[in-house]
Ligand binder design. Structure first.
Ligand SMILES: [Zn+2]
Length: 237
């Protein structure tokens, strides 16, 4: 397990794991919960993964409720051409601060795998609100399934690393490519910049923030208005 990556083999993935893969040549990562039986539950923009006809292996691959962004696909379709990584929970603050990229670990502690799977399967039935890259994205979905934690201030910076990375633009953008890191500039400059970037990210990590609540999946829709089609932007705060 390297500093920049939690690369795992497919055979190492266990039910209840939060896995992710890099998409579009390392510009963003896509996250999901492995629920066993070669299936992953993940949260997408509604247009994605709507066609199950492309899947050669599983007829139920791509299953979702009408209008919901929560989708069940097989592991191969989730990964596409990407490689599987495992998201790290219960990271110590020092480990967290050494990560050079957003969206690979959190200081929050994960619940039992059974509860994680229960939340994912429940949300497959009920949905997870509208996809929004800053406030309600695939990483938030997976972190919620693992921890039951949601931030109360849903209009503020998203708790996920990817959203934080966007908000830290352009410093985050400068560090967002592993390739650039490898080829980079004087190492001292890169390390100093990474320190600033990660310190900012630390403040928005779900394990550190104080405005985080733990909420059971059965209460999610009624408490946070996640049911229905309303955009997160339009909700009163
Ligand atoms: Zn498939």
């Amino acid at each position: 397990m390297g500093l920049l990556s939690h690369r795992v083999e497919k055979t190492e993935i266990k039910p209840g794991d939060h896995i992710y893969t890099w998409r579009a040549v390392y510009t963003y990562s896509h996250h999901g919960i492995y629920v066993g039986g070669s299936k992953v539950v993940h949260f997408t923009r509604k247009k994605e993964h709507s066609s199950s006809a492309d899947c050669p292996t599983f007829p139920d691959c791509g299953f979702k409720q009408p209008g919901s962004g929560v989708v069940l696909t097989c592991l191969d379709c989730f990964l596409g051409t990407g490689l599987p990584h495992c998201f790290e929970y219960g990271a110590s603050p020092s480990v967290f601060l050494t990560k050079l990229r957003g969206g690979t670990c959190t200081t929050a502690v994960a619940d039992q795998p059974e509860l994680t799977i229960h939340r994912a399967m429940h949300l497959l039935r009920t949905g997870f609100g509208s996809y929004h890259v800053f406030q309600n994205n695939c990483e938030d979905f997976a972190i919620y399934c693992k921890t039951g934690l949601l931030t109360l201030d849903r209009a503020g910076p998203g708790k996920s690393g990817q959203a934080s990375a966007f908000l830290n633009f352009p410093l985050a953008a400068a560090l967002s490519s592993p390739l650039q890191m490898i080829m980079a500039s004087p190492a001292g400059v890169a390390v100093a910049a990474a320190g600033v970037y990660c310190a900012g990210r630390y403040m928005t990590d779900v394990g550190v923030r104080r405005d985080v609540i733990k909420i059971e999946v059965e209460d999610l829709a009624s408490n946070l208005g996640l049911d229905g089609e309303a955009s997160v932007d339009e909700e009163p705060q």
